[in-house]
Design a binder for this molecule. Structure first.
Ligand SMILES: O=C(O)CC[C@@H](O)C(=O)O
Length: 349
């Protein structure tokens, strides 16, 4: 085994100690980190020589290495694997990778518990008006409790858009803890699978009309971009809350702003934004009934540990010529296998 001949590059966003420790323990792997915002670093010798690129999903949007597309792949001729951080892989042009014989993986499931808990916490916090209560208590001597009347969440209806790893966890928590009715919209799943995952399959409009909470947990792709816009907010009930822990761009922020201004919905819990982090003067941050977080739904010790371990194990799988469990483009495998042989002189198993 030659020393350091397998080159892995990660962006500084993903400074996950578990990932780094696992990969550093392998004498045949050289691990390098690129900083944000420097095209020289990005397209220079490090990525040019890389076999693996670990791209941070959801952040780094202005950094030149954020989007792995055909132009990026031209400058990274040795690349065998793009590993996208988290469940989302929206910064990666999967088709271009497949064409280039580059395998794409994510760490789906690794942060599902954390993200689902965040969505539930947002529902409870908004509905019980906990943030408003906290603010008022700090600012006023004599808080009028009549101004802070909330709603119970128990027994209400949640509409979950996207019943994958995160969505099914939200369903389990809502049903199991709070006896909620769970409606779900997911065009990729049958009614049977959705029932197994705890949700009743409905069309999007029905979900929007019936839900007391609408919660987004689907990936951002061509089909989901701007899925929730003016028409969709108008279908929601005026007492309903909109929650998203998925990606900005699935909901139209301007349409949400208008819906809040017009009091068409009761409020929103937002973990994701069209620009991250949103600046403090962002108009959505001026609403008392908007609960905001800076893409921290999956930021827990447990999720970080899972994600770092899953990511590192899959990187090593691909560098060892083994099929990793979470391949997004299995059709890239034959080309990858040829390219792996050219690079390392052995045929992957
Ligand atoms: O917590 C993160 O690092 C973001 C990843 C997350 O958005 C995901 O796609 O699972």
């Amino acid at each position: 085994m030659s020393v350091n001949n397998k080159r892995v590059v990660y962006s500084n966003y993903l400074a996950n100690p578990i990932y780094i420790d696992i990969l550093k323990a392998r004498p045949d792997v050289r691990l390098d980190r690129i900083e944000n915002g420097s095209p020289e670093d990005v397209y220079g010798p490090l990525l040019g020589a890389a076999h693996v690129y670990q791209v941070g999903a959801a952040r780094d949007e202005l950094a030149p290495h954020f989007h792995v597309d055909a132009a990026f792949l031209k400058r990274t001729p040795n690349l065998l694997l793009v590993s996208s951080n988290g469940a989302g892989f929206d910064p990666v042009d999967v088709e271009a990778c497949t064409e280039a014989g580059v395998v794409v993986v994510n760490q789906s499931g690794g942060n599902a518990h954390s993200v689902a808990e965040h969505a539930l916490a947002m529902m409870l916090t908004l509905s019980k008006r906990i943030i408003q209560s906290d603010r008022r208590l700090r600012r006023e001597r004599d808080v009028n409790r009549n101004d802070l009347v909330g709603n119970e969440v128990e027994g209400k209806t949640v509409g979950i858009i996207g019943l994958g790893n995160v969505g099914r966890r939200i369903a389990a928590l809502c049903k199991g803890l709070l006896g909620m009715t769970v409606l779900a919209y997911d065009p990729y799943l049958s009614a049977e699978v959705m029932a197994e995952r705890g949700g009743e399959k409905v069309e999007l409009d029905e979900l929007l009309r019936r839900a007391d909470f609408v919660s987004i947990s689907c990936p951002l792709n061509k089909g989901s971009r701007n899925l929730i816009s003016t028409r969709e907010f108008a279908l929601m009930q005026p007492h309903a809350y909109f929650i998203t822990t998925a990606r900005g761009f699935i909901h139209d922020e301007d349409a949400l702003l208008q819906a809040l201004r017009d009091k068409r919905i009761a409020g929103a819990g937002l973990d994701v934004w069209s620009k991250e982090p949103p600046p403090p003067e962002h108009p959505l941050l001026q609403f008392d009934n908007v609960l905001a977080s800076p893409h921290t739904a999956g930021v827990t010790i447990e999720a970080r540990q899972n994600m770092g371990r899953i990511a590192a194990e899959q990187v090593l799988d691909v560098l060892d010529g083994k099929r990793p469990p979470r391949i997004i483009n299995p059709e890239a495998w034959p080309r990858y296998a040829e390219r792996f042989k050219q690079a390392f002189g052995v045929t992957p198993g």
